[in-house]
Design a protein around this ligand. Structure first.
Ligand SMILES: [Zn+2]
Length: 166
């Protein structure tokens, strides 16, 4: 299996799958043969991750239908209203648009943007993204206060966040 090896001053070996490539980060003192052996042991896991990444990309590139866009708008507006009441903060504006690098964003001017590609995700995931951006109206960072505000509105947010990142 082909992979890119990056040596640095780290303690453990990390295997990363990115854009169809396998990247291995390893401490300087670990031998090449040890790394090769580890990679062959992990081959199944790596192959599964490569397939998952490809499937995810295909899913996100699928065009959004009118119905899906309508449904997304409904979920976003509904949950923004609900979370707004709970948090005590409302944005100036919520826009749903195609975004390249994020699922959502919140600006200092209190404008929230939600990625149109979320139309392919299930309701809970969409609601998590809305909640995340709404919580930035109160905390413009990812501090522990921010995360506890997220958690108090969505107890299982960690699982949803993981699912979204996968
Ligand atoms: Zn954030």
């Amino acid at each position: 299996m082909e992979y890119t090896l990056i040596r640095s001053n780290i303690k453990n070996i990390y295997i990363q799958i990115k854009d169809g490539k396998v990247i291995v980060k390893a401490p300087r003192r670990v031998s090449n043969s040890y790394i090769n052996e580890l990679i062959s042991k992990k081959q199944r896991w790596i192959e599964r991750k490569l397939i998952e990444e490809k499937e995810k990309k295909l899913e996100e590139e699928r065009p959004v239908t009118k119905e899906q866009a309508q449904n997304l708008k409904h979920i976003v507006e509904d949950s923004a209203n609900r979370f707004g009441k709970s948090i005590g903060e409302f944005p100036n504006q919520i826009t749903i648009k195609n975004m390249k690098y994020a699922w959502g964003s919140c600006t200092g001017k209190r404008n929230i943007a939600i990625n149109m590609k979320l139309a392919h995700k299930r309701q809970e995931i969409i609601e998590y993204v809305v909640l995340h951006e709404m919580c930035h109206l109160k905390h413009m960072n990812h501090s522990s206060e921010f995360w506890s505000l997220v958690e108090s509105n969505m107890a299982n947010y960690k699982q949803l966040r993981k699912e979204l990142k996968r």
